[in-house]
Ligand binder design. Structure first.
Ligand code: ADP
Ligand code: MG
Length: 405
């Protein structure tokens, strides 16, 4: 990898230098804005700790949720600053803005080893702008926080597939380095992407259907089986003629899914039963049904027990497993059995069959911990869903490519 790493930066020396770090703190929150899973915060600690201990003035950039370019208290990084302080055992100040007066004052006031967190970078519409000039202007302002002799460390693996200011454009303005997390994630995923030992089984679910349908074609060429559950499966079931009622559906992708089943039908494994719910709520009425029996006006929020058994059978013989996307709405305990069952089947294949297993995705990784499963039962838990999928597809990750020169 022709990319300089955190170690190179530390060797060059960081004492007294401002170092901008992009971390991924996009953690799940409950309705009272309590963090329900700190996985991504914990994964970011080694890089931040190393820089602080070496005497850098650390300025961290991160986003939370989708505030759509507007300042919105609901998406403030305040809960993150608090959790980060606690995990680091070191006070992390939160700037009142992203590149405003407060951020500048605080950046100027940092002493060696201090860590400052900027407010949610997505409060600024330029962060995700498609216009390079707009992003560039924002990047200049962020870079100016670092004064002379600054540096940029890219450590938000969950966002390296995005061309966004704090991930991509900023790297063109400062000497740049891959952080420990990004380096570690790439090393593990490379193992799966380059030479996956067969049988290679990919499990896909979750709710970002349009993002993920695109990867099936690329992965179908490499994997031996693709298991599909979660919010993704209903578009396939609809393509096969089933009435999915009010389940999550991507209408404009039905034909594409039908086509995928025709071409890769021998590899694609779909549910055979479902857990139907009267509404999208944790206390909804529920019923285990076959594919054609979702009651009128109901929706499916999980795969059924027979599906878990079938999926587990496929997984038990696997030597390489990649899982992205929960099998159902695991946040509601009544609809978490599918996700728990599949996670357990992957843990079993890892232990009993020597499978190399990788879980990717913010919610998938969170589900493992929230459901009380053994994190160590997997070979690797990745902090990035979209990023890891794109890497496995063989796509170039812009946030990594930009570090290469
Ligand atoms: P990841 O973050 O692991 O990449 P996604 O963000 O794509 O995964 O999807 C996670 C979300 O998908 C979870 O919040 C879960 O509640 C939701 N989900 C899973 N199955 C369904 C379903 N059948 N209907 C609606 N939402 C679902
Ligand atoms: Mg998610």
């Amino acid at each position: 990898m022709a990319v300089k790493t955190l170690k190179d930066l530390l060797d060059e020396g960081v004492e007294g230098r401002h170092v901008l770090v992009r971390s991924d703190f996009n953690v799940p929150l409950d309705e009272n804005r309590n963090i329900t899973d700190k996985g991504r915060i914990i994964a970011s600690l080694p890089t931040l700790r190393a820089l602080s201990e070496a005497g850098a003035k650390v300025i961290v950039m991160a986003h939370l949720g989708r505030p759509k370019g507007e300042v919105n208290e609901k998406f403030s990084l305040a809960p993150v600053a608090e959790a980060l302080s606690e995990e680091l055992g070191q006070y992390v100040a939160l700037a009142g803005d992203v590149v405003g007066e407060d951020a500048h004052e605080r950046a100027n006031g940092l002493t060696d080893g201090d860590i400052l967190l900027l407010e949610n970078v997505r409060f600024d519409p330029r962060e995700t702008s498609k216009d390079e000039a707009e992003r560039g202007e924002f990047a200049d302002q962020l870079a100016s926080l670092a004064a002379d002799n600054g540096a940029f460390v890219s450590d938000g693996f969950g966002v390296v597939h995005r061309v966004q200011t704090s991930v991509y454009d900023i790297a063109k303005r400062l000497p740049h380095y891959a952080g420990e997390l990004v380096e570690k994630e790439l090393a593990v995923l490379e193992k799966v992407a380059k030479n996956p030992e067969s049988p290679y089984v990919v499990v896909l679910g979750g709710s970002k259907v349009s993002d993920k349908l695109g990867v099936i074609e690329a992965l179908a060429a490499k994997a031996d089986s693709i298991i599909i559950g979660g919010g993704m499966c209903y578009t396939f079931l609809k393509a096969l003629g089933h009435d999915v009622q009010k389940s999550l559906l991507q209408e404009e992708m039905v034909d594409t899914c039908g086509d995928l089943v025709k071409r890769f039908g021998d590899k694609i494994v779909l549910p055979v039963d479902l857990v139907a719910a009267s509404e999208f709520a944790k206390d909804a009425q529920k019923k285990i049904v076959d594919l054609d029996s979702i009651p009128e006006g109901w929706m499916s929020l999980d795969i059924g027990p027979e599906s878990v058994t079938r999926f587990a059978e496929v997984l038990s013989g696997a030597k390489t497993i990649f899982w992205n996307g929960p099998m159902g709405v695991f946040e509601f305990p009544a609809f978490s059995d599918g996700t728990r069952g599949i996670a357990q089947a992957i843990i079993d294949a890892t232990a009993n069959n020597g499978a190399f297993s990788v879980v990717g995705g913010g919610d998938s990784a969170a589900s493992v911990r929230v459901l009380g499963l053994d994190e160590d039962g997997f070979s690797h838990i990745s902090t990035g869903g979209g990023a890891s999928l794109e890497f496995l597809e063989g796509k170039e990750l812009p946030g990594v490519a930009v570090l290469e020169d």
